[in-house]
Design a protein around this ligand. Structure first.
Ligand code: FMN
Length: 413
């Protein structure tokens, strides 16, 4: 298998083309300025990613309202942010015009911070809660998403990823747990209404066939009543609804889907396999293949949880590390029709230049993610985020926050 050739081959997404098979995952890094605009630090991070040249780069979860933020320094996409976002995109595209730049639009719902935002819920989950959303609230939220998509389009983004994963509002509505009797709860028809109408409305409002619309979807959230389970109290994996969702969104014009799993505040290792339990990554190809088999051949499926393979992860027993590196596993999954592209999350923080190094045959120079998960610790602690292993700036932030507040209780939750 010529893995370099596979990973550097182009692929069509809707009317557009990704130059290679790498997607830079959305990675919230909490470094926006006080108005929710990209700061110099945000720009530096993305400038490196544009130099690295993944075929598709996702702008981290950007909040569609001020009151739906889970991070204090989260990026926002309101009319006041339009101009700064336009300048940001222009500067990045002047570094490298090739990557498709996708904005991940989000509303945190039950994960909005009650400290600096407004916690709202479709049906209070034990330990979370918030103000119960009304149908009028939902209409307002949809309008905010549509406006955000138009701002993204006018700022020069190539598309949007409507976030339907990881326990944020988009996935809260889809869950069987959302059994409340209202327009957006109970039956599948009601629970899928938000995702379907939103996709329809955005495509109509933006009215540009070259503007991509897709979603990142948690195939199985991994707790009773989460998305991808058999019922409001059931933890049993049942992919009927996730598959129905893909087909419904595809019919409405979505051209790509990013597979993921879990809801990190509840089932973090499912979302990002950890050093202690790397084998959880073995679950993901099953979800990726189920996604791939459900959609039309031209709809692009992108897989998650590839950082865990690194240079050949010796913790992954029963796999020859030489034959099971991130690059080889990724290429093999593409060759075997499990996915079309591979998404890099923590690995993109460790080495934003990976795609360029692969293209130039400089693999020896790649800094592979060590799964230390210090980036996750910084996220939980609402600090500026980057790779603490390879970038001293972030190591220093980690050291000083630990000095000030002590070490984080393990388990990350
Ligand atoms: C610091 C950090 C920030 C993240 N931010 C986002 C985000 O904004 N949106 C999202 O969909 N996933 C987010 N994730 C999840 C990643 O995009 C990705 O799905 C996950 O880390 C698994 O991929 P990996 O094994 O390559 O890291 C984040 C993860 C981390 C560790």
């Amino acid at each position: 298998m010529n893995y370099q050739k596979i990973l550097t081959s182009p692929i069509k997404i809707g009317t557009r083309k990704s130059k290679n098979r790498f997607l830079t995952q959305a990675m919230e890094c909490c470094d926006a300025d006080k108005d929710g605009n990209p700061s110099e630090l945000t720009y530096q991070r993305y400038a490196n990613l544009f130099k690295g040249g993944a075929g598709m780069i996702t702008l981290e979860a950007i909040s569609v309202t001020h009151e739906s933020r889970s991070r204090d320094d989260q990026l926002m996409i309101l009319p006041a942010n339009a101009k700064p976002l336009e300048t940001f995109v222009k500067k990045l595209k002047s570094i490298n015009p090739d990557p498709l730049f996708i904005f991940q639009l989000t509303h945190s719902g039950e994960l909005s911070s009650p400290t600096f935002s407004r916690r709202v819920t479709v049906n209070p989950l034990y330990g979370y809660g918030g103000d119960l959303l009304s149908e009028d609230d939902m209409e307002k939220i949809m309008n905010e998403f549509v406006l955000a998509a138009k701002i993204a389009h006018d700022a020069g983004a190539d598309g949007v990823d409507l976030k339907l994963c990881h326990g944020y509002l988009g996935s809260q509505i889809l869950r069987p747990y959302n059994s409340r009797k209202w327009k957006y709860g109970g039956s599948w028809e009601n629970r899928s209404r938000f995702a379907y109408e939103l996709t329809d409305r955005i495509i109509r409002a933006v009215n540009d066939k070259n503007f991509l619309v897709g979603s990142k979807i948690s195939a199985w959230e991994g707790f009773p009543g989460g998305f991808g389970t058999a019922g409001p109290d059931s933890p049993v994996i049942d992919l009927k609804e996730p598959i129905a969702l893909l087909k419904g969104l595809e019919e409405r014009g979505a051209s790509f889907f990013v597979e993921t799993a879990g809801s990190p505040s509840i089932t973090v290792s499912l979302t990002q396999a950890e050093r202690q339990h790397p084998y959880i990554a073995y679950l993901h190809p099953t979800f990726q293949k189920a996604f791939k088999d459900a959609v039309k051949p031209e709809t692009v499926i992108i897989g998650s949880n590839y950082s865990v393979w690194g240079k050949g992860n010796k913790g992954l027993q029963a796999c020859d590390p030489k034959e099971n590196t991130l690059l080889k596993v990724g290429a093999r999954n593409i060759e075997n029709g499990i996915v079309d592209m591979i998404g890099l999350g923590r690995q993109s923080l460790a080495d934003p230049l990976l795609p360029l190094k692969v293209r130039e045959g400089r693999e020896e120079e790649i800094h592979f993610c060590t799964l230390c998960d210090n980036c996750l610790e910084l996220l939980i602690r609402q600090q500026k985020i980057g790779c603490c292993t390879y970038n001293k700036y972030y190591t220093n932030i980690l050291v000083s926050i630990r000095k000030e507040k002590g070490r984080l209780n393990q388990n990350h939750t």
